[in-house]
Design a protein around this ligand. Structure first.
Ligand code: ZN
Length: 98
């Protein structure tokens, strides 16, 4: 998710952008998935890879609530690539913190 620009004003009617906000949060995800499907990536492959990466609904929800930016990152201890919840998360699940 993009950072909020510093010049954002709060003077607009709170409900004015509701439709666009809903579309942005829901449709963007669908549009990105549709782009994958157009490239020949099946829904089953997306689901299987997401499960393999540990990209569960719970993980996604937690990232959205905390505003962290999940990404594949390299573990600083064992160099394995893993699904990291954000820049603060640099150790894979197999490498416990000291
Ligand atoms: Zn590791």
């Amino acid at each position: 998710m993009l950072e909020q620009p510093a010049n954002t004003t709060a003077s607009v009617d709170d409900t004015q952008y509701d439709g666009q906000i809903i579309a942005a949060l829901i449709d963007t995800e669908q549009r990105l998935l549709n782009a994958l499907y157009r490239d020949g990536v099946s829904k089953q492959l997306v689901t299987a890879r997401a499960a393999k990466l540990g990209l569960t609904q719970e993980f996604i929800k937690r990232c959205r609530l905390t505003g962290t930016r999940p990404s594949l990152r390299t573990c600083i201890k064992c160099d394995a690539s893993f699904l990291s919840a954000g820049p603060h998360n640099r150790l894979c699940r197999r490498c416990p913190p000291r």
